[in-house]
Write a protein that binds this ligand. Structure first.
Ligand code: ADP
Length: 628
């Protein structure tokens, strides 16, 4: 019998399969099963269009058999089968498959990627077998043909006997090597695990005879081994069902099992979309962050299915970074099973799906925020940081998509509020959105600067996370209202008249303020009187773009050198009794005034939650002033 040569391209792919170092060789089974399933689909549709009677979908099934002695694994289907010509064409050439359009240079890494993400169809059988036999009989034909190949050198085709239509593929499993245990593919346990993992939702039963040990009938302690035919797959994917057919508990247990979470999700999003693209999506918002979430190890992405067959475990392109916490899957008929990763990245359909998912997730999160605030707050404490980074990253490119999902604790009830809630209850006289930064809500709440705003009935948002102020700076404004740090030197809520009065006071106290500045040294940029304060004597404010909090964050970053400084001003309450004392000292005792300045500055730093540079000196100063 003449051995025929594979077409050049096919040979390349075959070589790649045979020599594959790919570690998930198990996907060969997924490929063969989905081919079998396709073959049954084809026959079924043909039966519908040709009006063939007596063919029922219920009779169609895929069988898997193993023979350990012969080292064979057999996959049998009763689908459309192939004629001699089809065998030649389909298995001898890769005509239409897109997967070879990628560069078949011999770079192993690319090969590995490609096999892993998409599989390469029938030839993947050669990853685990040294000889593949395909016996097939096309529906409506009375002859059957046998195709045999040991790999790269070619294949043979000869007539054979086969009673029914369909295809039988027999893999002769490679002998084990030092690095690879091929015999696992002869274990029914492994097979059923692989089927569950990749092909659970194939809509035809995948059956296998499985040996189980059972108590002998009538006996209490004697066992016997019986062979039972088991269906390995569950057949109906939960996401293909209608919402009203799936219980809450089913959604949750599916999530826990599939995504290995011990906690129920905060939200389940099940959507079916028909239109320019058709897809079903089952998404979950976890209620807590996985342990590696904020690390480099965490990989975002959704599982991607093409008509019930998983083609990718983590398709990153389906989720924007700010929603990287979302778990779940997408199933679309519009995606080809053999699409390559490069093609997928440029796939318009995938882009459309990603866009519509993004919108859906956003809407659902907003809904959760209004409908179940407690749950939303829990969600936000797990993933709020991610959302804030989402505002910040790419120079604020996505800020509009994310800003409405943010919540911050506010001064009103010490509860988290959204920006739109904040704006909606701003008094008419208020033009800006006020915020303050600090280590904890309680500490911020005690800042002297908050007092006057509270008195005016203005709400303040409390920022306690490093990223907060950076995100706000990136947003700059919300619904036309600017974000204003209440600790900024420029913030002044007084009337024009009051401002004028203060200006005069500062000008006439020029030498006093200079002495104080000299006393403190370079750590302050300026010293001045203020009318921002009510009962408190002093506070710190900053001039320019860098706030005290930002200075802390920036200087804590690696490779920074610690040379970013906020321009700090010491502000003194003009109406506080201490102001008069300072004025008096300026005249009578400038040296003591310098000591006072140092003490006041140290106090202001402590109030801000900053440390003092020279605690011993300050302590001694306080004592010497007390002793006077
Ligand atoms: P793909 O499935 O992407 O087309 P494959 O290399 O897996 O690529 O298969 C090539 C072709 O061989 C299929 O398109 C199909 O026509 C045919 N084929 C493979 N397996 C079977 C089968 N079990 N029954 C009928 N036809 C099959």
């Amino acid at each position: 019998m003449r051995t025929k040569q594979f077409k050049a391209e096919s040979k390349k792919l075959l070589d790649m399969m045979i020599n594959s170092i790919y570690t998930h060789k198990e996907i060969f089974l997924r490929e063969l099963i989905s081919n079998a399933s396709d073959a049954m689909d084809k026959l079924y549709y043909r039966s519908l269009s040709d009006g063939i009677t007596g063919l029922s979908r219920n009779d169609m099934q895929i069988r898997i058999d193993v023979n350990k002695d012969e080292r064979t694994l057999t996959i049998t289907d009763n689908g459309c089968g192939m004629t001699q010509q089809e065998l030649e064409q389909n298995l001898g050439t890769i005509a239409k498959s897109g997967s070879l359009d990628f560069k078949t240079n011999n770079e192993q890494k690319e090969d590995v990627d490609l096999i892993g993400q998409f599989g390469v169809g029938f030839y993947s059988a050669f990853m685990v077998s040294d000889c593949v036999t395909v016996e097939s009989r096309a529906y409506d034909s009375d002859e059957a043909w046998k195709w045999v190949s040991k790999g790269a050198e070619g294949y043979t085709i000869e007539p054979c006997e086969k009673e029914d239509h369909g295809t039988v593929i027999t893999l002769h499993i490679k002998p084990d090597t030092e690095n690879e245990d091929y015999s696992v593919y002869l274990e029914s346990y492994t097979i059923s695990t692989i089927v569950k993992k990749y092909s659970d939702y194939i809509r035809y039963p995948i059956c296998m005879d499985v040996e189980t040990r059972k108590l002998k009938e009538g006996s209490e302690d004697e066992y016997e081994t019986v062979v039972e035919t088991k269906t390995l797959n569950s057949m109906v994917p939960i996401w293909k069902k209608n919402k009203n057919e799936v219980t809450d508990e089913e959604y949750k247990s599916f999530y826990r099992e599939k995504f290995f979470d011990y906690e129920d999700p905060a939200k389940v999003i099940h959507s079916k979309v028909e239109g320019s693209v058709t897809y079903s999506a089952l998404l979950y918002i976890p209620s807590h962050a996985p342990f590696d979430y904020y690390s480099k190890e965490y990989e975002k992405g959704l599982q991607l299915y093409s008509s019930g067959v998983m083609i990718m475990d983590k398709c990153a392109d389906l989720l924007p970074v700010y929603f990287s916490f979302v778990r779940g899957l997408v199933d679309s008929e519009d995606l080809s099973l053999n699409i390559s990763r490069e093609m997928l990245q440029h796939d318009m359909q995938l882009k459309v799906i990603a866009k519509s998912l993004e919108k859906k997730i956003r809407t659902e999160l907003k809904k959760l925020m209004t409908d179940d605030r407690e749950k939303y707050e829990k969600f936000f404490s797990a993933f709020g940081t991610q959302l804030k980074y989402g505002v910040y990253e790419n120079y604020g490119q996505n800020k509009e998509a994310v800003q409405d999902l943010l919540i911050f604790v506010s001064s009103f009830e010490k509860k988290p509020v959204s920006l739109s809630e904040y704006v909606s209850r701003m008094p008419e006289s208020q033009t800006d959105i006020y915020y303050a930064c600090g280590e904890t809500v309680d500490k911020i709440d005690m800042l002297p600067q908050t007092e006057l705003l509270k008195e005016k009935g203005y709400e303040i948002l409390y920022m306690t996370e490093n990223v907060d102020e950076f995100a706000l700076k990136m947003m700059d404004e919300y619904e036309g209202k600017k974000f204003k740090n209440i600790c900024a030197e420029s913030l002044d809520l007084s009337t024009d008249e009051e401002k004028e009065k203060l200006k005069e006071k500062n000008e006439s106290a020029k030498s006093l303020l200079e002495i104080m500045k000299e006393g403190i040294g370079d750590s302050v940029h300026s010293v001045r009187f203020t009318n921002k304060l009510k009962n408190h004597p002093v506070c710190l404010t900053t001039e320019g773009d860098v706030s005290v909090e930002m200075e802390k964050v920036l200087n804590s970053l690696p490779n920074n050198g610690g040379d970013i400084h906020a321009k700090i001003c010491l502000e003194i309450n003009a109406d506080h009794p201490i102001a008069d004392k300072l004025t008096a000292l300026a005249q009578s005792d400038p040296e003591t005034l310098k000591q006072y300045a140092k003490i006041l500055y140290a106090q202001a730093r402590l109030i801000e939650g900053m440390s003092i540079e020279n605690p011993t000196e300050i302590s001694n100063l306080v004592c010497s002033v007390m002793a006077k």
